[in-house]
Write a protein that binds this ligand. Structure first.
Ligand code: ATP
Length: 241
């Protein structure tokens, strides 16, 4: 079943077109890696999907519903959740309070504090700790847990490993693998190509706002993907000319 359909979407920062004519779809249960160099437009695209940034052209459909003009909080209510870059947690609150706050923003489902702690066991001992006192990896787990508490059908993850120690990154990715194995549909923005391609079924590679290469992760060599990443191959739109 097709969960997300993105059709010819543009997104601007002022007069600058950061996302240009992007189209793709995501099936339920798939994991998509959104890759590309710094400034390629990955964060802007992800935020546009979540409704945190307004699109300037195109159509976004989620579960068959046109969400293009729908505000972010309404998208959460129908099952889209963003784990933003930089986490944006309430640092003075406890882990439990952060999780429970998200619950009221979302909808009912299987995810609750207990099931989130099962999926993210590194938080069990920290549930009553002030979020500010957690390590970066633990805070990232809270950010993922908070998104899960809204019972999403689609999880949008922006650079979850940014600024974390290698051990913390392992912990976060271990948790993500558990979620993916449980059937959660994800779009993951990740700078680390190897990690992204290992965890995802398919990838979308962006360059200067456009998707320049896409496919099954196993179908393309690391070299082909790296060339697209650095703009060393014809883009999809140039090929079509
Ligand atoms: P990174 O990996 O560095 O986060 P990215 O692929 O996520 O990069 P974006 O952050 O979406 O890329 O940025 C896309 C383009 O839009 C870049 O050229 C960036 O400079 C520009 N941009 C991003 N945010 C803003 C903003 N708030 N105002 C103006 N330009 C912006």
């Amino acid at each position: 079943m097709r969960l997300l359909a993105v059709d010819q979407v543009d997104a601007n920062h002022g007069l600058f077109r950061a996302v240009k004519d992007v189209s793709f779809s995501v099936m339920k249960g798939e994991t998509i890696a959104l890759i590309g160099a710094n400034g390629a437009g990955k964060t802007t695209l992800l935020r546009t999907l979540a409704g945190a940034h307004r699109s300037s052209a195109g159509v976004i459909k989620f579960g068959g519903i046109d969400v293009t003009a729908m505000p972010a909080h309404a998208r959460v209510k129908i099952g889209m959740a963003l784990v933003p870059e930089g986490r944006r947690l309430f640092l003075k609150m406890t882990v439990q309070e952060n999780l429970l706050l998200a619950c009221s923003a979302g909808r009912l489902g299987d995810w609750n504090v207990e099931s989130v702690l099962e999926a993210l066991p590194q938080l069990k001992k920290r549930i009553h700790a002030r979020t500010a006192n957690l390590s970066g990896g633990e805070q990232q787990a809270v950010a993922i847990g908070r998104a899960l508490m809204t019972n999403p059908d689609l999880l949008l993850l922006d650079e979850v490993s940014l600024g974390l120690s290698p051990i913390a990154v392992e912990g976060v990715y271990h948790s993500l693998k558990t979620l993916i194995a449980g059937g959660t549909t994800c779009i993951i923005v990740e700078q680390d190509l190897n990690r992204a391609l290992k965890i995802a079924d398919r990838f979308l590679c962006m360059l200067e706002g456009r998707i320049v290469l896409r496919g099954d992760c196993e179908e393309f060599s690391r070299e082909q993907i790296t060339q697209a990443y650095f703009g060393l191959v014809e883009s999809e739109s140039e090929k079509g000319k």
